[in-house]
Design a protein. Structure first.
Length: 366
C-alpha cells in the first residue's frame, strides 16, 4: 500500500506518522522552495487530541504548556463576561509552532515507512492528475498547487479584511495557566500562556482601523494587558485572515486535507484540532479496510466526505458566528453581550457542553 502526501506542514507530518504507524508506505512530496521561518506562532491542542496523538506515539507533553482556564472579556474596561474551567482540569495545551515542527520532523526522519521527495518538475502534477502513478490514495495539503487550482477551485470563502499579528512576550514569572480572549473594537486579542514567563499573543486587527505599525500594536497590547509585567516582545509575524471550505473534498483518488480542506478564523484555536479530528475519521475508514483485507481505494474518500462535510461546515460557521457576533456587539455598545453572557455565565450545562464541543468536536465516537 502506497500513499502520497503533497505538502510540508504540520498536518502533513502528523498524517504521515499516523499512516506509517499502520505500516503503510508514505511518500511526502514537497515543493523545492525555501521554507519560511515561523518563530512566534503557537498552536492550541485540545486535551482529547493530545491524548490521541500520544497513543499514536506523538508525545507532546515535553513541549506543551497546560491551560486549565479560559477567560473571555469585552472591550468595556476589560470586563470579564465569561470563563471556562473552574474545576482546574487541563482544557487544552499550547505548543510553539517551531517545537511541533522539530518534533514531527525527528519522528518522520526515523520512520522507515516514510520517504520525503522534492518536487522539481511540473510533470509530477500531470502524473497525479492523469493517474499515471503507483499510489492507492493521494492527500493534497497545498491549496496553491496545480491540483488545487485545476480541480479544487470551488470554495466557500470569506475575507475577514483583518491582519493577525503574532508575538511572544517575555514577562515576570507567574502562575500562567489561564488563557484570555479579549474582543476589542480593533479585533480579537488572545493571550496564550506557553510557560511561566512567556505568553503568546495573537491580535487579529481589522484593516479598517488602519493600525499596521508594530509600535502601535505593542501599545494596544500593553493597554489591554492587565496581568503581565511585560519585559519584551519578539518580532511580530503577520498573516492575512480568510476562511475557506471546499465544496467537494475529493476527485478520483485525490483528497484535499488540512487547511486546503477548511481554514477558519484563529480566535478559538481550532484550525489544527479540526484537522486532527478529520484524521481520526480517515484512520477509522482506513483501519476498517485493512482489517477486512480490502484495498485502500477512493471509496474511503467518498465515505470520508459523507461523514465529515456537514459537521465541518457547521463547526466553521459557528466560529464565524462568534467572530461576527462580537464585531456587531462592539459596534452597538456591548448591549447584547452583557445581557446574554450574564445568563450564560451561571449556566453550567452550557459551559460544560461548550468545553466538550471545543475539546472533541462532533466526532466523539472516533
Amino acid at each position: 500500500m502506497n500513499i502520497c502526501l503533497i505538502g510540508n506542514g504540520i498536518s502533513t507530518l502528523i498524517l504521515a506518522t499516523l499512516l506509517a504507524n499502520r505500516k503503510i508506505r508514505v511518500f511526502i512530496y514537497e515543493e523545492d522552495q525555501p521554507k519560511k521561518k515561523i518563530i512566534s506562532r503557537t498552536l492550541g491542542i485540545t486535551k482529547e487530541n493530545s491524548n490521541f496523538l500520544s497513543k499514536e506515539k506523538i508525545n507532546l507533553k515535553k513541549y506543551s504548556w497546560p491551560i486549565d482556564k479560559i477567560e473571555i472579556f469585552n472591550d468595556s474596561e476589560n470586563n470579564r463576561i465569561l470563563n471556562f474551567g473552574e474545576n482546574k482540569d487541563k482544557i487544552f495545551s499550547i505548543i510553539k509552532y517551531r517545537d511541533m515542527v522539530q518534533l514531527l520532523n525527528n519522528i518522520v526522519k526515523k520512520n522507515k515507512f516514510i520517504k520525503k521527495i522534492k518536487i522539481k518538475k511540473s510533470s509530477f502534477y500531470n502524473s497525479i492528475l492523469t493517474k499515471k502513478n503507483d499510489f492507492n490514495l493521494i492527500f493534497n495539503f497545498n491549496d496553491k498547487n496545480k491540483i488545487s487550482k485545476n480541480i479544487f477551485s470551488k470554495r466557500i470563502e470569506k475575507d475577514y479584511n483583518s491582519t493577525a499579528f503574532s508575538s511572544i512576550i517575555d514577562h515576570s514569572a507567574c502562575k500562567n495557566n489561564t488563557a484570555q480572549q479579549i474582543f476589542t473594537k480593533f479585533g480579537p486579542l488572545a493571550f496564550l500562556p506557553c510557560s511561566k514567563n512567556k505568553t503568546s499573543i495573537v491580535f487579529s486587527v481589522i484593516d479598517q482601523t488602519n493600525i499596521f505599525s508594530d509600535s502601535k500594536i505593542k501599545d494596544l497590547i500593553t493597554n489591554y494587558n492587565k496581568k503581565y509585567e511585560i519585559k519584551s516582545f519578539s518580532k511580530f509575524e503577520k498573516f492575512k485572515l480568510k476562511s475557506s471550505i471546499l465544496k467537494n473534498y475529493y476527485y478520483k483518488n485525490i483528497l484535499c486535507f488540512g487547511d486546503n480542506l477548511h481554514k477558519i478564523h484563529p480566535l478559538a484555536g481550532q484550525g489544527l484540532n479540526m484537522t486532527i479530528r478529520d484524521m481520526k475519521i480517515l484512520l477509522y475508514l482506513i483501519d476498517t479496510k485493512i482489517n477486512l483485507g480490502l484495498p485502500l481505494d477512493n471509496s474511503i474518500l467518498i465515505d470520508f466526505q459523507k461523514k465529515t462535510k456537514h459537521y465541518n461546515y457547521i463547526f466553521s460557521s459557528a466560529i464565524d458566528f462568534i467572530y461576527e457576533f462580537f464585531k456587531f456587539d462592539n459596534n452597538f455598545g456591548k448591549k447584547h453581550s452583557k445581557k446574554l453572557f450574564t445568563l450564560l455565565q451561571s449556566n453550567n450545562l452550557f459551559k460544560n457542553y461548550t468545553v466538550k464541543l471545543a475539546d472533541k468536536g462532533f466526532f466523539s465516537n472516533y
